[in-house]
Design a protein around this ligand. Sequence first.
Ligand SMILES: Cc1cc2nc3c(=O)[nH]c(=O)nc-3n(C[C@H](O)[C@H](O)[C@H](O)COP(=O)(O)O)c2cc1C
Length: 417
Amino acid sequence: MKIAGVTVAIDGPVGPTTPEAERPMLFRPMPMRGVTARNRIILGPMSQYLANDGEVTDWHLVHLGQFAMGGAGIVFAEDTAVEPRGRRSHRCAGIYTDAQARKFRRVTDFLKDLGALPAIQIGHGGRRSSARPPWEGRSPLGPKDEAKGEGPWQVVSSSALAHAPDRQTPEALDIAQIGEQIRFWRDAASRSRDAGFDVLEVHGGHGYLINQFLSPVANTRTDGYGGDRAGRMRFALEIVEAVREVWPQDRPLFFRLSSVDGKGGHWDIDDSVALAVALKARGVDYLACSSGGLLGRSRLPAVPHFPGYHLRFSEHIRREADIKTIGLGMITEPEQAEAALEEGRADMIAIAQEMMIDPYWPVHAAKKLGMRDWLDLLPPVYAQRLASRERELAQVPEAMKADFPFRRPSDPRDAEE
Ligand SMILES: Cc1cc2nc3c(=O)[nH]c(=O)nc-3n(C[C@H](O)[C@H](O)[C@H](O)COP(=O)(O)O)c2cc1C
């Protein structure tokens, strides 16, 4: 095998060899179209706000690389904009130029070297774009930013309705602009293919552009892209059709949705089941079941955050729409993740925040769940060294540990010297 261009000669297989049926479900490989994830653990997409003109940097190589080293089956690059206006901030990643796609190559090559499937989430912030990063409160860009040469831009959406009172009023996309958007998404998918990604996710949740078409909280159009549920779903479905045309048939397509709008919203779980059925018919393989991002005035409650809070959604949609789902949302414990798979609440598990504390979460989980060759989830150069440490440890007699000699035993020959 090669790691970062250097050949590593390894005797024997790389990775765990425990027969599949004897492994915890979390560590059984997951074939998806023409590729196979080595296990069912996904590093979820996490925006970093550290790109340069949309181009990823060394930060992304190290940040994403650590999760492949830690044994995740799929490693997701962050929400990556399909056009400049789709970036939430000036520092968001993009894949609307060939140069941006080329910058991802180093990352995808490295992730593959380490046995993880590289994945990208493509998205568009719509009316939530043109903002500052989270550590500056996600507030809208204004004159202060203009003075630094990083001013606001006109945001777009399904309708001319602002996300919040302090946010910019978006321009509603007309029919020709919707056609242009669909081309942006398709081009982003073909660039993702050229950049070496194995998995592609369309971001349809969290109150961003696609979600702004799906939910009547943001979509008040009266043409064919609004109105009833079928009208509001049309933008999402046309994007997926265009993406599927260029995204290779042998590679899986994911879609992230907000399963329910949450506080004050209108889109509920029945809408999500209908969307899931339509997405599956268009070649979507997995649904990442999240929630929230749009605020309205109905009586739908906010989604409370507690361990495994989205699993109800992934379980319901999986059963009702007969589609594979990804469980996510405050999944931190190996037993919790394993139970979710065993109980049929999801097909794969995505973890975001907990992996920031512990990029080696998969290795620790394999150990905790009793997988004999848990160390083999590590890159071979680490695994080999640590396995010999384990063997050494097993060979030291118990009595030796507390009381091993550290003075030379007396020897009559010493006196003769
Ligand atoms: C720093 C950070 C950035 C995130 N960025 C994205 C993103 O780009 N796209 C997305 O769909 N979700 C994003 N999320 C949501 C996560 O992918 C995940 O669904 C959520 O944090 C819940 O999972 P967790 O409890 O394991 O963190 C982000 C979360 C965090 C903490």
